[in-house]
Design a binder for this molecule. Structure first.
Ligand code: BGC
Length: 733
């Protein structure tokens, strides 16, 4: 059957079902109930049999899921199967790095593969819908949910978000192991005030369209089945009642034909926001704006039929909402295959899945510092090594946030992996130093310092336990929690080579890390295979290749700090920047630069977006555009010469940034437009060609229309957002 014919069949089946449905049954399709616990409570049983519940979340016992489906398919009047939803965020049993860590791979193929593995494992339980990917832009590391984002950049988030959608949904949506994806949270959630979860957002429309909405559009283009609204309010209107987002942008401009689900209770919370007086008005506002399905709260179930009877919401409107839901169920092939046979899927945590999780974790680790080639370790030169820290041997904590179904028993920790790797060669001694990352008591310091003194090299594994990031787990102070900084200082003062491994759910402020630390690996929460991934990098099995998907701030007061900021009318320069310590005490009133900076911290981040070291020695030798004047329908050819002058084979993430010099609205000082992970053997020189479609230069201007504006552009290539190898080109009218 051709695609057009397939679509026609689906639309025809939707209409036939709609004709038979009562108003209550229609509203049933718009109701997502919370199940769970491996049993079917009476209210849920009744809801399903009577066609009052069209979807269930959080039930992962496969027999119970099959029984829920049986009641829907065989015992409800119209036999419509259920959507079974679950937060499968970065793996299911086999846990991959947190999304922020996956973003550090800059590798869409791996992100897609990770989502595929997660979909296959989740399918084994009958889950057919996941609440991922999260596509909020993460520019505030205080926000706990930054862990779930792909970082600060709209281009990187778009590419990786689309890859994750493809991974979950597979080539064919109705094939075994394909599950519906849900891009969330629409929209603006990442800009929650002060990095506090659920908070208000104030995003001007231009910024909203050019930054926050872009990854969602990319997910739509990748075929995402559903979207979830955000808890936050945008410009005074909560996302779950925001007609501009849900109707104007999503349906009218983007032609989305999947369905929109609210977030948990976010419709009834319209009342707490102060937008409505009661649940009935909340149901009205959400339905009117364009939320198709309600999660957890029951304002639709209780009030939508009456709102229709009263004529405040038209039945035609409800039909449209039901169509969006049924379309997804039909596309998923649920009517043909409502039940799942777990045995038809590979067992979870199998070697292939673990190998994928290992590769993703390896590529997610970012090496920030490597003084005097401390890394990789040279086991033949060592006799003893100390592994210290509260994150070194924590099978659960290394998994990160949102791991409902993750299995800590599958986890391999840094300590176990290092021991295995160095077995028989190097004596490995372990002391945790602190009970948890939050502990303030220093009782464990003496033993940790003894271990460090007795060792040739110290690997210190610090960071944040998993509970310190994720939903509602925001922090105002984003330095290392507890007494970890003191432990680090004391260990570092011993004069031994110290390798610091940071596992965290966010970008931590790293300015205060002692200079004497020889090497730093930023490992995020690396998931099940975090230990071997870290050990493989420490011992040189692979060269580090992760790149920062966020700028690492020097201090929290710099937040938000991101590379694609605007220039302002008074940008700071090395000549104008004045540090507080350099103000002449005799002349405090004279000019102190009069440009845009903080007096007490250098304006740059501690490490820029895109940054990451390798064991090689990569040089960008040249960049050129053979035809530097392009027309709107064409593309820009960019030729780059890059060489690995070092002794190690590496993978390098080649990045291209542009700046549109003059625009109808102010444009960022740099924007990522393309990137590619390439392998470079020791001594290899490569000539790379990129074709950048002129469409990539488009943005929303003063008229809120998306188009590229003619004019001059600067272009940089390199290994991070601060790279200096530059050329320029022009877009002709
Ligand atoms: C979160 C969503 C999640 C939902 C269901 C909410 O609290 O904001 O991201 O998908 O719960 O668990």
């Amino acid at each position: 059957m051709t695609e057009v014919a397939h679509i026609a069949v689906i639309e025809e089946r939707i209409e036939r079902l709609l004709e038979q449905m009562t108003l209550e049954e229609k509203v049933g399709q718009l109701t997502l109930a919370s199940g769970g616990g491996g049993h079917i409570p009476e209210w849920l049983d009744e809801g399903i049999r009577r066609g009052r519940t069209g979807a269930v979340l959080n039930e992962v016992d496969v027999d119970t899921v099959n029984e829920l489906q049986r009641r829907a398919v065989e015992e409800s009047r119209l036999g419509i199967p259920l959507l079974i939803g679950r937060d499968v965020i970065h793996g299911f049993r086999t846990v991959f790095p947190i999304p922020l860590g996956q973003a550090a791979t800059w590798n869409p193929e791996l992100v897609e593969r990770g989502a595929r593995v997660a979909a296959l494992e989740a399918s084994r339980c009958g889950i057919n819908w996941t609440f991922a990917p999260m596509l909020d832009i993460g520019r505030d590391p205080r926000w706990g949910r930054v862990a779930e984002t792909f970082g600060e950049d709209p281009h990187l988030s778009s590419v990786l978000g689309a890859a994750m959608v493809r991974g979950f949904q597979g080539g064919e949506l109705d094939a075994d192991g394909s599950i519906a994806a849900c891009a969330k949270h629409f929209a603006g959630y990442g800009a929650s005030e002060s990095g506090k979860d659920y908070n208000s957002t104030n995003i001007p429309e231009n910024e909203l369209r050019n930054v926050h909405l872009r990854p969602f559009k990319a997910a739509l283009d990748a075929g995402v089945c559903s979207l979830m609204t955000s808890f936050s309010d945008l410009d005074g209107v909560p996302a779950s009642a925001n007609e501009f987002l849900l109707d104007q942008v999503l349906r009218r401009e983007w032609d989305f034909d999947g369905f929109v689900v609210s977030d948990w209770d976010s419709i009834s919370q319209l009342q707490a926001h102060g937008l409505t007086e009661n649940d009935r008005e909340s149901a009205y506002e959400a339905a009117r704006a364009g939320v198709d399905m309600e999660m957890a709260s029951t304002t639709y179930a209780h009030h939508l039929p009456q709102l229709v009877t009263e004529g405040r919401i038209s039945e035609e409107k409800v039909d449209g909402m039901v169509r969006n839901v049924l379309r997804t169920k039909l596309r998923l092939g649920l009517f043909e295959r409502p039940y799942v046979d777990p045995e038809s899927f590979p067992d979870w945590g199998n070697p292939t899945y673990l190998a994928d999780a290992l590769e993703t974790a390896r590529q997610s680790i970012v090496m920030l510092r490597n003084r005097d080639e401390t890394l990789p370790l040279k086991p033949h030169e060592l006799s003893s090594l100390a592994v210290i820290g509260p994150m070194a041997d924590e099978p659960y904590e290394q998994l990160g946030t949102w791991i409902f179904d993750g299995d800590p028993e599958l986890s391999q920790t840094p300590l176990s992996a290092i021991r295995e790797a160095l077995h028989g060669e190097v004596e490995v001694r372990y002391e945790r130093g602190l009970e948890t990352t939050r502990s303030r008591t220093r009782d464990g310091f003496p033993a940790a310092l003894d271990a460090a003194r007795a060792a040739d090299v110290v690997v210190l594994v610090l960071g944040e336990e998993s509970i310190l990031s994720g939903e509602a787990h925001c922090r105002a102070d984003i330095t290392l929690p507890g007494a970890q900084a003191a432990l680090l200082d004391e260990v570092a003062s011993l004069g031994k080579p110290v390798i610091l491994v940071i596992m965290a759910g966010r970008a931590l402020a790293v300015e205060a890390l002692p200079d004497s630390v020889a090497a730093i690996l930023y490992a995020w929460h690396p998931g099940t295979m975090g230990g071997p991934a870290i050990s493989d990098i420490l011992t040189g099995v692979v060269s580090p290749s992760g790149r920062l998907p966020v700028s690492l701030p020097r201090v929290g007061g710099q937040i938000p700090i991101y590379y694609a900021h605007k220039n302002t009318g008074r940008p700071p320069t090395p000549e104008t920047f004045v540090h507080i310590d350099d103000i002449d005490p005799g002349a405090p009133q004279v000019s102190i630069g009069n440009t845009s900076f903080h007096l007490d911290v250098h304006p740059s981040p501690a490490y820029p977006f895109g940054f990451g070291l390798t064991y090689g020695d990569v040089h960008y030798r040249s960049v050129s555009c053979p035809e530097p004047r392009i027309t709107p329908g064409s593309s820009l050819e960019v030729i780059i010469e890059v060489a690995n002058e070092g002794q190690w084979d590496v993978e390098e993430v080649v990045q291209i940034y542009i700046r549109d010099l003059v625009g109808s609205v102010t444009r960022p000082v740099r924007e990522l437009v393309a990137f590619r992970r390439v392998s470079l053997e020791a001594g290899e020189v490569r000539h790379l060609r990129f074709d950048i479609d002129a469409k990539e230069l488009a943005f929303y201007g003063r008229d809120m229309k998306r188009k590229a504006e003619p004019g001059r552009f600067h272009l940089w290539v390199g290994g991070h957002a601060g790279s200096t190898l530059q050329t320029e080109f022009e877009l002709l009218p």
